[in-house]
Structures are given as C-alpha cells and as structure tokens.
Design a protein around this ligand. Structure first.
Ligand SMILES: Cc1cc2nc3c(=O)[nH]c(=O)nc-3n(C[C@H](O)[C@H](O)[C@H](O)COP(=O)(O)OP(=O)(O)OC[C@H]3O[C@@H](n4cnc5c(N)ncnc54)[C@H](O)[C@@H]3O)c2cc1C
Ligand code: SF4
Length: 846
C-alpha cells in the first residue's frame, strides 16, 4: 500500500466506490481513508422510507460493510471534510486532522432544498434525507394530527406515505398542476392524484406554501398556501428538491456547474489533477443526476481509472424511476414528456380501472423513446430497457403482453440493460443461465449482482429463466415425483393414513430423511392423530420425535407456550422451580418465552408433568409449526397504543397453536405503527391502526431477512381472523417442503397480489374450504406433551438406554458459566448450516 485514496462522503455512491476499488485492487496499492459526516456508515437511502415504520437502521446498512475489518480501509464516521487544498494535496477534517491524498474522490451527495418561505426555520419544520431526519419526524409525529409535505414529487409522496403510516393525516402541497410533474404527464398525473387521494393523502396541486405560522409554543402551528388554504399543523416536511453539496469547491478552487455541483468531465475528473467527483454532487459535463444508478456508474468508471483499467467514462444515465408506494404504481422512463423532435405518443387510459399508460415513439414510430405508467406498472421492467431501441412489437402488445403478442423479456435485445443499478445486460444474465452457473434467481443474483439493487428487475430475472427453459424440479425427493403440495392434495383426496401406504401407492423405495418428515407433517396436518402415534413416530425428525429440541451435547430444550409473553407470577415461579429442580439453563428468548436447556431425554416427561400441572403446554419449539405470536403491550399499558395487541396476540396464538406447516411460522402483533413487536419481520404480522388492524404476510429473519407485505388494511377483529385462517391454510396446503411464507409468496407470478386475490377476494372459490380446514384443526387440537404423559407406550420411548431405562447417558457433562450450566466443551465439527434447516437453539426457540 503506497498510495492514499481519500473519499469524502460515505453515502451510497462513496460506499460503492470503496467496494469497487477494493475488488479491483488485489495487490493492495491503495490505502483508503473515508470521511463520512453522518454518524452511521453508508445505508440504503433509496429504501430510507422503510425506516419510518418497517426497517431498522441495521437492516438498511448496505452490504459489503466488511470494510470495517479491512485493514486497507479507514472509515471515519461522524467526521466531515472541512477544506481541501489541492496545492498540498491535503484534506482538513472537522476533527482537526490534515490528511494527505494521492487521489481524492468527492462523493458528498446533496442536501434537501428548503424554499425561502417565512417560518421555514421554525421548530417543527423537517427535511427528508437521512436516518436522523426520519428519527426527528417520527418523534414529532402525532397519530391523528395533520402533517404537511411540501413537494409532490417522488420523495414528497414517499414522505407523505411515511406520515400516513405513522397515523397522521398528510397533505401534499405541489406547485405544479399535478403530482410527480417530472416523471408523469397530465393524463398520468390525474390518475395518480386520484390513487394517492384514495390512500388518505390530501393533495393540493397548483399551490405553494405562502408562509409557515408560529404558534404560542414557538413552533409551527399552521401553514398557509398561496391559494388561501390554511392547514393547522405543527409538522412540516420540506421535500421540494435537492441541491448538490459542493461547498468544498470554494476552498479547493474547483469549478462548479451552472446549477451547482462539482464540474467534472465525462470521466468524472474535476479541473484539479487527482480529484474526481461522483454521485449527486457531481455535475457531469454540467449536469447533476439525482438517482443512484448514474452514481454507481460514475463510481465504477472512477474505480477503473484508479486501478489502471483505462479511462472509463460515465456512460450516461438511466433516469427511469418507479414510485415505492404500496398500492400506487407509477413509473416514468426515457423521454416521458415527448420533448424529442417529432415524438409521437400512444396513450391508453382506463378510468374505470384507474390505469394510464403512454409510450413515446420517434417520428416514424419505430423506436421507443420513453413512457409513463400509472395504476399498473407491471410492464415497466420490460419497457425501460427498450428505450432507444427499435420496437420489437406493436405498442399495444408491449403494453399488454398478457393479451397475446410479442411483449415480455423475449422482446428485449441482448444488449438491453436489465438491472440498471448494477448495469447488467440481458446477455450477461443469459450467459450465466446458459453456462449453468445460475439455475434460479438467487444464482443470477450471486453471479451478476442483478436484482440486488432496487429490486425492480427481479420479475425479469424470473422470466429470463423461464424463457431459457430452466425448469426447477418440484419433486419432493427421489422417492416421490410429486411436490409437497401435490402430496398434500393426494393425502387429502384419498384419505391415506400412513407413510407406507402413501409410498407404496404413489412413490418408490422406502423413503428418506426428506420425504419422511415432510409426509409426517402432512399426515399430522390432516388428521387428529397424535404426532407420535404408531408408524408416524418413526417418520419424525429427532426434534419432533422427542417433542423437544436436541442441543449440541445430546440434551434437550423445554419451551412451554407463553401466549403473547403474558405470564402470571405463579407460573413464572413454577418455571424457576422446575429449572432449579432439574438443573436446567434458562434464558428468555427473542420470542417472549423462557427456554430451559440441558434436560436429559428421560427427564423430559417429568419436567412436562410439572409444567402441564401448572397450566403450561408445549410451545412447539421443535416443530414446523406455529411458534410464537409476539406482542407489545398495546392499549393495556402503552400511551401510543391504538388497539389491544396483547388480547389479539393471545387469541391468535391459541387459535393456531399446533398448526403443522411446511416450515416454522412466527408472528407478531403491534399495538400501533411504532411496531415494538417487530411484526413485519414475521410470517404474519398484525399492526394496529386507528380503524382496526393491518395484516402483513411473508416476513422472516434468518439467512434472508425479509419484511412482510401488506395483505389487507383496517380489518376488524373478526375479519382479521378469517383472513388469517385462509392465509395459513392456503400456505399449509400449497407451499413446498421447507418453504417459508416469503419464498412461497414469491413463487406466485404476482406475489402477494395473487395471495390477496385468493385469500381476500376468494377468486378461486376455496375460502370456505380453507376456513373449514382451520376450524377442524382448532377443534382437534390437543397438547402434545399432555398426550404423551397419558400414554404409557409413548412414555416408554423417553429413555437413554432401552435396556436400562433409569440410567442417564454418562457422556453428557456440564460445566458452569455465569452461575448456570453449559455443555462441557466437546470436540464437535463446526456445523454445516443448510439455508433452510433449523440450526441454533436460539433461532429455534425464539
Ligand atoms: C427518501 C429517498 C428515496 C429515494 N429513492 C430513490 C429511488 O427510488 N431511486 C433512486 O435512484 N434514487 C432514490 N433516492 C436518491 C438516492 O438516495 C441518491 O441518488 C443516492 O443516495 C446518492 O448517493 P450519493 O452517495 O451521491 O449521496 P448520499 O447518499 O447523499 O451520500 C453523501 C454522503 O456524504 C456526506 N457528506 C456530505 N458532505 C460531507 C463532507 N464535507 N464530509 C464528509 N461527509 C460528507 C453526507 O452526509 C452523506 O452521508 C432517494 C433518496 C431519498 C432521500
Ligand atoms: S407498538 Fe405497542 S408498545 Fe410500541 S408504541 Fe405501539 S402500542 Fe406501544
């Protein structure tokens, strides 16, 4: 390492540059110093709105944060650059240090523009750019109160939606005659205004903020608009555009673009040798770009230059944008307003359906120049890469490929950019598919990075796989050619009651570790027999066979059900007494229960007996079944609560306890949008609203953490339960083995929309069947621990040695740590963790 690269700004683009240089500099010529003025390292600003109610700051952190452990990189968060002196090649930091550079890259981003209106500096006025900004807005928000967003562009609408999710009544004030005036034309704007209004956001177009009034408390009390409207509010969010952060230009003697920004050439070089600018702060040949994809392209071009790969230029920007607002599909791309000479427009509007689509073509209608989609932006993925290319099919076929015609990914030329965040072409993706490197979407993502940015191209990755004829086998295993869902239907239709009958009639061989537990789960789900009845017992995974989780040293955990985490002091005392008496290690789990570890197999029945007598039952911490329904304290105790989340969580946990499924199911209920139960990271999450409950589905933690998607809003208690009955039964019946709800939902062409159509709108006419099946499950439920205690034959299996039932396993040893037992160190190989397998006891029982 003999040269120093200083990067000013650790935002999305600065971070990308560091990543690209690290990747392309294996000989480690560069030592990299990054100055980041924000307190946290780079995060996904594009996904920032999710931070308001759905995602944590950690979840938004960008991948590749291993920079912290890379000795080549010194990341200084919370430290800004104050001055740059190109004559001495030094940067002076806000911490008073002077850092010498051999190369300097400015990646300082933008700042929100606040129009010069009277009162704009009052407490209560916010901007929408950083995690801190959103923390401030969240803290100042008040459910039920009015909030005003100034600016009806992409960010303004996101900000208004964020206020709505916080329970506020948002207003959007837009100076132009329509919302999103940059991306959307008049026709699209009219449809957009209606869709946004239906979300409960009040839109004031053709009006500007005249003044912000001060209240007696010294903060904002009202906003008056130029059209005479006065809105009483103490919260105002300015989202009226951005300005490049080019303040360092002064000290460095760097030239600015006409509208601000560090002036750079097409290679992102400033006029000063060894100094580049990239991202939103760069005025490339005079023009700034306010999106992340062009910033990433600039980062890539500069990384090439720094690592000796030639004078790569910034190849121009893809300015296409898509609004990220649930229920409001809007996309604009290319020359959306038809400003090119001789441009022709093809427009389709369906007022009844609330959709609008426009394609802009060149003067002989052969090349696509741009377009606008409102209300339904499904074709955005295939249309955007066609901009500037000859039309492969008639415009109506491109807009409505389902109606028959030549749309879809097949229509894209090989050089079309499918993933604009990572600049991946259709040919790149086809290459990894045809070479066998990628067999599914996950494979494409890891080989090419496509789909790992904003995610809007993921549906295209799926259809490219389909078009390449990649068929993923659904066979459960070598013994059954059917998928799990097909076997479920077979068992249901034929009434087959045992694994041996099923395999002899519909499979081959004697079964394996994959099909046996999967079939056992299906049989358990469709009959009221005990999970350990007769042949069933031999099919189960070890955990299910002993109704407990086996731990590293061959002992078991005991995790009784504690619905919603609500527990009486007497019951708590019982847990303590049982743990003391049997010498168990205890731990509170992340799912509001008490884990008790270290039970020997022969101790399990006696422990259960004590627990069952005290009113506990099995918490199914071992099974592919419902685990916990986590809850906050809701209206019982919390001053923010708008619904009784505890009662609802208890009701749901008791209703679905024991439900066997393709994978474990976790759930949460939060008493308001603050989401203390973290319900959106669960298979189903229920979040209280002023009017009832919002139901989210398909979230999970683990290897691939996901946030759930909204299935239905403002439900009353009864409707919520009905929809959940249908949702869970639909999942249990149709998902594949070890498929969690997230993967199952993604397996449908329209994802959560398809699930909504089946579960909420009952398009398949199976809703009552699903409800009946759940009713049967509920009426058949019995506690599995209690049932074992009543059955001598089953009890006899809980021994370490069949020929010496009283003898404990002598190989099990414990040591002591922090006043409790822990397994004595044994030489175990590091477990190889399969993505979909249960693995750690903490994960299992949480
Ligand atoms: C809510 C929201 C939604 C968005 N949605 C989209 C979208 O859907 N699609 C899209 O393409 N784009 C979107 N964007 C824009 C996108 O986030 C930006 O284009 C992108 O973040 C720009 O990256 P950057 O690194 O240039 O700037 P930034 O990410 O802003 O990073 C610049 C960093 O530099 C730091 N800095 C500034 N001056 C100094 C200094 N002197 N010393 C040290 N550090 C300094 C700043 O504090 C900041 O952390 C959105 C932005 C927001 C706010
Ligand atoms: S989620 Fe629950 S605990 Fe959190 S603020 Fe809302 S009601 Fe209170």
């Amino acid at each position: 390492m003999n040269r120093t690269l200083v990067v000013i700004g650790h935002g999305m683009v600065g971070h990308r540059l560091v990543e690209e240089v690290r990747e392309r500099d294996p000989e480690q010529h560069w030592r990299i110093v990054v100055l980041g003025e924000e307190p946290s390292p780079a995060y996904d600003r594009v996904g920032l709105s999710a931070y308001m109610t759905e995602a944590t700051a950690e979840e938004l952190m960008l991948t590749g944060q291993e920079v912290h452990r890379d000795e080549r990189v010194r990341l200084r968060t919370g430290v800004g650059a104050e001055r740059v002196d190109p004559r001495t090649s030094t940067v002076l930091t806000t911490a008073g240090e002077s850092i010498h550079y051999d190369a300097l890259v400015l990646a300082t981003g933008s700042r929100p523009f606040v129009p010069p209106v009277e009162g704009a500096e009052l407490p209560g006025c916010h901007v929408y750019r950083t995690l801190d900004d959103l923390d401030g807005i969240r803290a100042a928000s008040e459910a039920g109160a009015e909030g005003v967003v100034v600016g009806g562009g992409l960010l303004g609408l996101e900000a208004a939606d964020a206020l709505r999710k916080l329970g506020m009544r948002p207003h959007v004030v837009e100076f132009a005659p329509r919302l999103m005036p940059v991306q959307v034309d008049e026709g699209g704007g009219a449809v957009l205004g209606r869709l946004v209004g239906e979300l409960g956001i009040e839109v004031h177009t053709g009006a500007a903020v005249d003044s912000v009034r001060e209240g007696t408390h010294g903060g904002v009390s009202a906003v008056s608009l130029t059209d005479g409207t006065v809105i009483d509010t103490d919260l105002l969010v300015f989202s009226a555009g951005i300005r490049p952060r080019d303040d360092l230009a002064e000290s460095a003697g760097l030239e600015r673009g006409q509208r601000g920004g560090f002036l750079v050439d097409n290679s992102c070089r400033t006029g000063s040798a060894g100094v580049w600018a990239i991202g939103e702060c760069a005025a490339v040949e005079g023009r700034c770009h306010g999106l992340v994809a062009p910033g990433y392209q600039m980062a890539s071009a500069v990384a090439d230059q720094l690592t000796g790969r030639g004078d790569t230029e910034f190849g121009g920007a893809d300015e296409a944008t898509k609004l990220k607002l649930v229920g409001v599909d809007v996309a604009g791309f290319g020359d959306a307003h038809g400003r090119s000479d001789g441009a022709l427009e093809v427009t389709y509007a369906n007022n009844a359906a609330g959709t609008y689509a426009k394609l802009v073509l060149d003067d002989d209608a052969s090349t696509l120049l741009g377009g606008v989609l409102v209300g339904d932006a499904e074709t955005y993925g295939t249309l955007r890469p066609l901009v500037g290319k000859p039309l492969p099919a008639a415009p109506e076929q491109l807009l409505f490929p389902d109606a028959g015609g030549g749309g879809g990914t097949g229509a894209l030329p090989e050089d079309a950019t499918v993933c604009s965040c990572h600049n991946v072409s259709k040919a790149d993706i086809a290459g990894v598919i045809s070479s066998g490197q990628a067999e599914d979407v996950a494979g494409i993502k890891s080989c090419t990075k496509a789909g790992t940015g904003c995610g809007s191209c993921v549906p295209m990755l799926k259809s490219l796989l389909d078009e390449a004829g990649v068929v993923t086998s659904n066979a459960l295993c070598e013994h059954f050619p059917q998928s799990r869902s097909e076997l479920f239907e077979i068992v249901r239709a034929t009434g087959v009651k045992s694994f041996s009958e099923l395999i002899s009639r519909y499979g081959t061989g004697r079964g394996c570790d994959i099909c046996k537990p999967a079939v056992a789960s299906i049989l358990a789900g469709l009959s009221d027999a005990h999970i350990l009845d007769e042949e069933q017992a031999t099919l189960q995974d070890t955990n299910d066979r002993f109704l407990a989780n086996m731990q590293r040293n061959g002992t078991y955990s005991v995790v009784p059900r504690v619905p919603a985490g609500e527990i009486t002091p007497d019951k708590l005392i019982t847990l303590g007494q049982v743990a003391t008496e049997f010498g168990l290690y205890t731990k509170i789990t992340g799912g509001q229960r008490v884990d008790m570890f270290g039970a020997r197999v022969e101790q399990l029945p006696e422990i259960w007996r004590r627990l069952v007598d005290a009113g506990f039952e099995s918490g199914h911490a071992y099974g592919k079944a419902l685990r916990t329904v986590k809850s906050c304290v809701g209206t019982d105790w919390c001053r923010y609560g708008v619904q009784d989340s505890v009662s609802m969580a208890i009701r749901l946990e008791l209703r679905y306890r024991g439900l066997r499924a393709p994978h474990k199911i976790k759930a949460g209920v939060s008493g308001c949008a603050r989401e203390c139960a973290e319900a959106r990271s669960k298979d189903f999450g229920v979040i209280a609203t002023e009017k009832g409950w919002n139901l989210y589905v398909g979230g999970n933690g683990g290897f691939d953490p996901r946030h759930s998607g909204l299935l239905a809003s403002d439900l009353d208690d009864e409707r919520l339960v009905v929809l959940l009955d249908r949702f869970l039964m639909f999942y249990v019946r149709t998902a594949e083995r070890l498929q969690r709800t997230a993967g199952w939902i993604e397996s449908f062409d329209n994802g959560v929309e398809h699930v909504r159509a089946v579960v909420v709108d009952d398009v398949l006419g199976i809703a009552s069947d699903l409800e009946d099946a759940m009713a049967r499950h509920i009426s058949d439920y019995t506690d599995e621990w209690a049932a074992v205690l009543e059955d001598r034959e089953k009890l006899s299996r809980f021994v370490s040695f069949v020929n010496a039932p009283e003898a404990p396993d002598p190989t099990i040893e414990f040591t002591e740590e922090r006043g409790q037992i822990r397994p004595a160190p044994i030489d175990l190989p590091t477990p190889v963790v399969e993505r979909d397998r249960e693995f750690s006891s903490e994960e299992v029982s949480a």
